[in-house]
Design a binder for this molecule. Structure first.
Ligand SMILES: O=P(O)(O)OC[C@H]1O[C@H](O[C@H]2O[C@H](CO)[C@@H](O)[C@H](O)[C@H]2O)[C@H](O)[C@@H](O)[C@@H]1O
Length: 398
């Protein structure tokens, strides 16, 4: 049986209300809960300390405080939903200033193209591309986030010159159905479902072809269950959409009236309270429910580099392009490794570990096309130089 202390400890991190308890159990529990200070928001609200060092508080007061704490946490969720969905950004002078200082720190990857290619000299560029908001524009219906044919052709050419991986929050099959390029690596479900190319790639050896890594496979039944519960719970909120991403679930609020965001947050929270092994992260107008395992897009990037044989190499130059909070894990890994760099796709200033920026998918396509042209030219140049040497060698020999 779960003890009250465990219940309250759980509750302070998960917003669960305790239903019944004896006074001494409550005193004990409060001692624990107060020590992790999630229950009482200000000193004035703290209850008196009783004999034996315990803090005494009536059951009614405890329940009130728990409700306050739950409401505060819910507000934090809703604030965070708003913060990650900047629909209210207007072009005020101060924001314009922010924008220009942000651009100074995260210059356009297109404008910095020459510096970027110079930095990659003598190294193998490896490309990591997020899908939604990076290769395809953000649209209201997640099932219709199609990639343009021009973008597909660009990525196809890119993969001829550089090992290329798609790293997405979506389930791998779904993102594959949008991209439809068999020569790429795919890391779906925020990196929890990794598969190597099914079609020949000149970079892989036999071992790479077999790459298949699913660190959260034991969570599949739980994710199925949570998906069904979320579907049922959120059906009363118009516009809410629940998406099954195999090892994680997305709850979309792009089409939910902002006035109902807290209601939706409450519904999601009421389901999640029963699943301590799941955690919540946020993307663009989406709540992402995923296993608590220490695995994310950053870990997927490291895993893929290792699979490609670049684990401890200094001559690799990974480039990760993404638009989302979940891409920050990969940007951070690159910063920490001091290799390559991250490019954030955003029109507005955001706190990021990326080094450069691009405004939207059309700029991503320009950047990728320039990379392809640059590589083609440098290969041609290398070829011409080699041929000249060979001709000189032949004429000297004669
Ligand atoms: O890692 P990503 O490839 O960027 O996937 C993150 C989520 O992308 C999708 O949602 C986002 O794009 C939708 C279509 O443009 C948009 O309607 C939604 O508001 C965005 O959050 C996808 O549907 C999610 O499952 C992914 O987790």
């Amino acid at each position: 049986m779960v003890s009250l202390i465990e219940q309250i400890d759980k509750m302070t991190s998960q917003n669960v209300l305790v239903s019944d308890a004896t006074k001494s159990e409550i005193n004990m529990a409060i001692a624990v809960a107060v020590s992790n200070s999630a229950l009482f928001t200000t000193a004035a609200q703290k209850p008196p300390v009783g004999p034996g060092g315990f803090i005494t508080i009536s059951r009614k007061k405890l329940l009130q405080n728990l409700e306050i704490s739950g409401a505060a946490r819910l507000n934090t969720w809703v604030d965070s939903m708003k913060a990650s969905s900047p629909t209210h950004i207007k072009s005020t002078p101060s924001l314009c200033q922010d924008q220009s200082s942000w651009i100074l720190h995260h210059p356009s990857a297109l404008e910095m193209f020459e510096q970027i290619t110079k930095a990659s000299k003598g190294k193998q560029i490896v490309m990591f591309l997020d899908y939604d908001g990076t290769l395809s524009p953000i649209v209201e219906d997640p099932d219709r986030a199609f990639m343009s044919d021009a973008m597909r052709a660009t990525v196809r050419k890119l993969a001829r010159y550089f090992p290329t991986a798609i790293v997405s929050g979506r389930c791998r099959d779904k993102v594959y159905s949008f991209v439809r390029l068999a020569e790429l690596y795919y890391a779906g479900s925020h990196g929890m479902d990794i598969k190597g190319p099914s079609k020949g790639s000149k970079y892989k050896n036999g071992a790479h072809q077999a790459v298949l890594f699913q660190p959260a496979s034991e969570f599949v039944p739980m994710i199925d269950e949570v998906y069904k519960a979320l579907l049922e719970k959120t059906k009363s909120t118009p516009g809410a959409k629940v998406e099954h991403n195999k090892f994680c679930v997305s709850v979309h609020f792009r089409c939910v009236d902002e006035k109902r965001w807290s209601e939706l947050a409450l519904q999601v929270r009421s389901v999640l309270k029963d699943y301590p092994k799941l955690r919540l992260t946020q993307g663009r107008k989406v709540l992402e429910i995923r296993p608590t395992i220490k695995w994310d897009k950053g870990k997927a990037l490291e895993f893929l580099l290792e699979s490609l044989g670049f684990a401890n190499c200094t001559d690799v130059f990974p480039v990760y392009i993404g638009d989302d909070r979940t891409d920050e894990d990969a940007f951070k890994v690159l910063r920490e490794r001091g290799q390559g760099f991250g490019i954030l796709v955003s029109k507005i200033p955001k706190d990021t570990n990326a080094s450069y920026s691009l405004q939207e998918p059309s700029e991503v396509m320009d950047f990728l096309q320039r990379l392809v042209r640059w590589k083609r030219l440098s290969l041609r140049r290398q070829f011409r130089v080699r041929r000249r040497f060979e001709e000189m060698a032949t004429s000297l020999a004669n």
